[in-house]
Design a protein around this ligand. Sequence first.
Ligand code: FES
Length: 99
Amino acid sequence: MITCHCNYITEREIEDVVIGFLREDPWQLVVPNKVYHEMGRRGRCCGCFPSVIDIIIRTTVEFHRHLKGGASEELETVVSKLDELRTRLTAARNKVFVA
Ligand code: FES
């Protein structure tokens, strides 16, 4: 599925880059610009970045669950906080577009 229509980047390509980063360092911070730089691309309209962030979070959580052989309490706490943050950011973003 195409995630970035400006650069024709698929969800799978983003997942592969994120997994590559996490294999180098499982605790590094992965952000959209870092992923795009690795691909030799750059954000143009950046409208895809919220989706890219969701892919990064999902891929990172799955990577760590697989690494640990299952969920740990610390991981679930981090995931819970990320979900809260994502919910707040989505609500704030939707307010901006509605206003
Ligand atoms: S949709 Fe990804 S930069 Fe525009």
